[in-house]
Design a protein around this ligand. Sequence first.
Ligand code: FMN
Length: 182
Amino acid sequence: MLKLMIISSSIRQGRMSNRVALYFKNYLKEEYQINAGIIDLQEMNLPLLQERLKFLDNPPPALVTISQKIKNADGVLIITPEYNGGYPAALKNMMDGLREEWYRKPVAIASVSSGSFAASQVLTSLGFSLWKLKALLVPSFFQVAKVQDSFREDGSPVNKTRTDKNAASIIKELVWLATITK
Ligand SMILES: Cc1cc2nc3c(=O)[nH]c(=O)nc-3n(C[C@H](O)[C@H](O)[C@H](O)COP(=O)(O)O)c2cc1C
C-alpha cells in the first residue's frame, strides 16, 4: 500500500486551507483506500529555524517527527495558502530544516486562496524551492479559489463532482510517480 503524507501549512488563526487538507485525506480514502497522514504545521508548532536538522545537537522533536514522516512517505501533497504571492513562513521554516528528506520525493502542490485568482502565484515560488531541494514535482496542480465558498469546515466540498474531478488529475499523477519511485 502506498504511503502518502499531506502537509497542511497554514498556522493562521481561523485558517481555511486546512479544509482542503481534510478533503484530500477523505478523497484518498474513498478513491484509493489510502490512509494518508496529515502533518499539521499548526499542531507541530516548530521553532524558527536555527540550522538544518542534521547539524543540530538538540533538534526540536517536532522537526525530527516531520523528518521521519516525510522519509517514510512514498509521496507528499502540500496544501499551501498564498501569502503575498508566496508560500507561508511556517512552510519555508519546515522545508529548510530538512534536505535529504526531499531528495527525489514525489511532491504535489494544492494552492488555496480566499480570492478569485486561485493562488496561482504561489505555485511558481513553492515549485522553485522544491526544485532546488531536488524533489520530484508532480506536473499537475490543484488550485482553489474562494475557499470559504467551496469547502466546508469538515473538508467536504460544496460541489463534490467538480472538486473530485479536479482532484483526480493531481492525485493520479502523484500516485503514478510515487508508485514508480517507491
Ligand atoms: C499575510 C497574508 C497574505 C495573503 N496574501 C494573499 C495573496 O497574495 N493572494 C491570495 O490569493 N490570497 C492571499 N491571502 C488570503 C489567503 O488566500 C486566505 O487567507 C486563504 O484562506 C488561505 O489561507 P489560510 O489557510 O491561512 O486561511 C493572504 C492572507 C494572509 C494572512
